[in-house]
Design a protein. Structure first.
Lengths: 255, 262
C-alpha cells in the first residue's frame, strides 16, 4: 500500500466573511496523481497554497510526510518545501533572469554544487525538455508553452518528491497542451514523483488521474476515477458532470 | 450609528494590521543581513541602480539648487550688507537640510518607485511565491540587497549633492554676482562644524531606511493592501502610494531629527 504523503484534517480557510474550505479532509498517496478540479473561485488554488505552506488554515491540520506544517516555523517549513516542485499557472519565471539562470537558480541557491556541475545539469535538463538553444532568452521572449517547459525544468532541478501543477495547460493551444501532458508523463515516469494537478482541462485531465477531487462550495468530494464522478448521485456533482463531462467517453473515443 | 462605529473599528484594525505587517517586514528585511549565503553581487548591482545611475539627476538637481541658493542668498544678504556670509548660508542650508532632503526625494522618485513596481509585479506574477516554493527566502534573495544598497547609496549621494551644491552656490554667487571667492570659502570654513555634517549624514541614513522600507514593503504587500486593486492597476496604485508616503515620511522625520539633533 502506498504511503500517505499529504493529509488535510478538518481544514477550514476563510477570507473575511467568505469560507473557502469548510472542514475538509484529504489524503494523497505517494507516487499517485491527484487531480483537483471544480468551478473557478471555489478554492482549488487556495488548496495548493495551503499544501505549500504559502497560506495557513484558520483551523485544522495539514500533514506533509507526517509533519504538521501549520505549526512550523519558517526554517522548518523551508526544509519541507524542498520536497516540492511547482509549475505555476503563468510559470512564474523570474523575468530579470534568462532561461539558463532561471533553471539554475534552485541549484545555485539550495545546493553546494560548483559552476561546471550546475551548467552540465541545467543544459541536460533543458535538452530533455526541448529547450536547447534558448538558454540566453528572457521569459518575455518565450511563448506560453516554452515558459511552461522552462518552469517545469526549474521545478525538476532538485528532483522533488511531490510536484504541483497549477493549471498546467491554461492559455495553451491543443498542440502545446498535449506537449505538456507528454512531458508530465515522461518526467513522472523518470522521477517517480507524486503529482497534484489543479486543472480546468476537463475531461482530458482525468485521463492522467489516479484520484479526482472535486472542490465545490468549500467541500471536497473524492473519487477514485472519472467514472465514479459520472455515477455520483449528489445533485451538485451531477450538475458539474453535465456541465463539464457530458461527452467524456466521446472525447476519449475521439482521441 | 453602529454601522459608523463598525466602519471606524474596521479602519483601525486595517491600520494596525498594516503597521504590523510593515513592522515585521522591516525586521525581516534588516535580518536578512545575517542570513547566509549573503548576495554580495546582487547588492553591488543595486548600488549601481540606486546610486550610480542617479549620478546625473543628483548632479543637476544639486547644481541648480546651489545656484538658486546662491542667487537668493546674495540678494537677501545684500540688504544687510553681508554678502560675505554667502558661503556660510549656502553650505549650512545644504549640509543640514537641502542635501539630505532633496537627495532622498530624488531617490524616492527615481529608485523607490522602481523598487516598488518591481516587487509588486513579482508578487502579482507569483515570482515571490515561486521563490518561497523553491525554499529561497525572498528577503535574503531580493529585499535585503535593496535595503543595504539604499543605505549605502543615499548617504554617498547626499555627500555628492552637498559638494555639487556648494560649487553651484559658488558659481552663482562668485562667478555671476561678483562675491569675493575668498570670502565665500572662508565663510563656509568658519561656520561649518562637524555637527552640521554629522546631522546631514544621520538624516540621510534615516531617509534611506524610510525609502527602501516603504517602497519595497508596499510592493511586497500589493496583494493584501485594501483598496489597491489587482494586476497592473494595483501595482500602479501602490507605487504612487509608496512615493507619496515616503516623501511625507522624509519631511516629517526631517523635522523630528532637526528638533532632536540641533
Amino acid at each position: 500500500m502506498s504511503q500517505v504523503v499529504i493529509q488535510f484534517k478538518n481544514v477550514v480557510k476563510a477570507f473575511g466573511q467568505q469560507t473557502i474550505l469548510d472542514h475538509v479532509d484529504l489524503t494523497i498517496s505517494s507516487g499517485k496523481t491527484t487531480v483537483i478540479a471544480g468551478p473557478s473561485g471555489q478554492g482549488k488554488s487556495v488548496t495548493m497554497k495551503l499544501i505549500l505552506g504559502l497560506l495557513r488554515p484558520d483551523s485544522g491540520r495539514i500533514l506533509v510526510d507526517g509533519q504538521d506544517i501549520t505549526v512550523m516555523r519558517a526554517k522548518a517549513l523551508n526544509e519541507v518545501r524542498t520536497k516540492f516542485g511547482v509549475l505555476f499557472q503563468g510559470a512564474a519565471l523570474l523575468d530579470s533572469l534568462n532561461v539558463f539562470a532561471n533553471v539554475a537558480l534552485p541549484l545555485e541557491e539550495r545546493t553546494k554544487l560548483g559552476g561546471e556541475e550546475i551548467r552540465a545539469r541545467v543544459l541536460a535538463t533543458l535538452a530533455q525538455l526541448g529547450l536547447t538553444g534558448h538558454e540566453e532568452k528572457y521569459p518575455a521572449q518565450l511563448s506560453g508553452g516554452m515558459k511552461k517547459r522552462v518552469g517545469l525544468a526549474r521545478a525538476l532541478m532538485l528532483q522533488p518528491e511531490i510536484m504541483l501543477f497549477d493549471e498546467p495547460t491554461t492559455g495553451l493551444d491543443p498542440e502545446n497542451s498535449l506537449e505538456i501532458y507528454k512531458l508530465f508523463l515522461e518526467t513522472q515516469k523518470k522521477f517517480g514523483y507524486t503529482s497534484i494537478i489543479v486543472s480546468h482541462d476537463i475531461p482530458k485531465i482525468f485521463n492522467l488521474a489516479d484520484q479526482v477531487i472535486l472542490v465545490n462550495k468549500g467541500k471536497f468530494s473524492t473519487f477514485a476515477s472519472p467514472e465514479d464522478i459520472q455515477l455520483s448521485k449528489l445533485p451538485e456533482i451531477q450538475a458539474f458532470v453535465q456541465y463539464t463531462m457530458g461527452k467524456v467517453y466521446l472525447s476519449r473515443e475521439m482521441e | 450609528m453602529i454601522r459608523y462605529l463598525e466602519k471606524i473599528g474596521s479602519n483601525i484594525i486595517m491600520i494596525l494590521e498594516d503597521l504590523g505587517r510593515m513592522g515585521s517586514f522591516l525586521a525581516l528585511g534588516l535580518g536578512g543581513v545575517f542570513k547566509r549565503p549573503f548576495r554580495f553581487s546582487a547588492m553591488i548591482r543595486q548600488v549601481r541602480l540606486i546610486g550610480a545611475d542617479s549620478f546625473w539627476v543628483i548632479f543637476f538637481v544639486a547644481g541648480f539648487t546651489g545656484m538658486v541658493l546662491g542667487l537668493q542668498g546674495y540678494y537677501t544678504l545684500r540688504k544687510f550688507g553681508s554678502e560675505g556670509a554667502l558661503g556660510s548660508a549656502v553650505s549650512l542650508s545644504l549640509l543640514r537640510e537641502l542635501g539630505p532632503v532633496l537627495t532622498a526625494l530624488m531617490v524616492t522618485g527615481r529608485a523607490g518607485s522602481a523598487m516598488c513596481a518591481e516587487i509588486g509585479i513579482m508578487r502579482n506574477s507569483e515570482q515571490l511565491d515561486a521563490l518561497e516554493c523553491m525554499a529561497i527566502d525572498p528577503f535574503r534573495y531580493l529585499i535585503t540587497p535593496k535595503f543595504l544598497a539604499t543605505l549605502i547609496s543615499v548617504p554617498i549621494l547626499t555627500l555628492f549633492f552637498n559638494v555639487v551644491g556648494i560649487f553651484g552656490g559658488y558659481l552663482a554667487g562668485c562667478g555671476l554676482l561678483g562675491v569675493n571667492p575668498g570670502a565665500y570659502w572662508a565663510g563656509m570654513e568658519q561656520s561649518v562644524v562637524n555637527q552640521d555634517i554629522n546631522m546631514g549624514i544621520i538624516k540621510s541614513f534615516v531617509f534611506a531606511l524610510l525609502i527602501v522600507w516603504i517602497c519595497t514593503g508596499r510592493g511586497y504587500f500589493v496583494h493584501v493592501i485594501r483598496g489597491a486593486g489587482f494586476g497592473a492597476e494595483g501595482v500602479s496604485k501602490v507605487t504612487t502610494q509608496a512615493v507619496v508616503l515616503s516623501s511625507v515620511a522624509i519631511l516629517v522625520w526631517d523635522y523630528l531629527l532637526t528638533a532632536i539633533l540641533l
